[in-house]
Write a protein that binds this ligand. Sequence first.
Ligand SMILES: Nc1ncnc2c1ncn2[C@@H]1O[C@H](COP(=O)(O)OP(=O)(O)OP(=O)(O)O)[C@@H](O)[C@H]1O
Ligand SMILES: [Mg+2]
Length: 230
Amino acid sequence: MGRERLMWAGMTTGKDDRALRRRLARRLIAVQEEQRLRLSRELHDDLGQMLASVALELHNVRAGTEGMDGRLERAAMLVDRLSAKVHDAAWNLRPADLDRLGLRASVEDLATMLCSQLGIPCEMDLEALSNPLPAETALTLYRVAQEALTNIGKHAQPSRISVTAHIQDDRMRLTIEDDGRGFDGRAELGPGHLGLAGMRERLALVGGELTVETATMKGTTVYADVPLAH
Ligand SMILES: Nc1ncnc2c1ncn2[C@@H]1O[C@H](COP(=O)(O)OP(=O)(O)OP(=O)(O)O)[C@@H](O)[C@H]1O
Ligand SMILES: [Mg+2]
């Protein structure tokens, strides 16, 4: 009897623990989204503006001697590159404008931007994303698409990308596929790689699941499956 009660108590604690962990994880994600917004604004509004002013000064100022003018010109070019990087970082950090644009247009924007940066064709069929989804699920799919596309830009060197969404039964599947370098999916990832793990954790919080199919030099396909109602 005592033993039974102990086990029962243990199970309750386990369940409570899980509920607490989920609540904490949700809160963490909300804080993360707030921080992204703040950082994105600071980068864009403060740093971005100041860098633009410095670049303007540097492009206009002339020292009069050939050597010094060359150095000023190089400094101006470096500041231009720094400005572009700050702009990209602010763009990547900015919160999803899902309320205004909707999930479909937001994901289309992400894919279009990456493909134009890489100069490659992008196949899209995202009609299914126009279906209503719980807000948390929509934001999760947006962040998954963002990370998967960022990974393609950073690691894949593809010649084409495809981003599609389909509904089957009561689940939505977002598929992001590239024909790039792929990777060894079984290899242990070091501590510096948070993207895939983050996608997996965020999807689990909305009852979803991440599947990655990949092989070296054979491209990568990322599937994000979520329930339509959560
Ligand atoms: N589409 C892809 N094509 C080729 N390799 C990929 C692709 N996606 C992920 N990888 C490989 O998987 C690794 C882990 O990806 P993950 O997103 O977890 O980390 P990361 O991109 O290296 O760093 P982080 O996302 O934390 O900035 C990458 O370092 C890369 O080697
Ligand atoms: Mg990544």
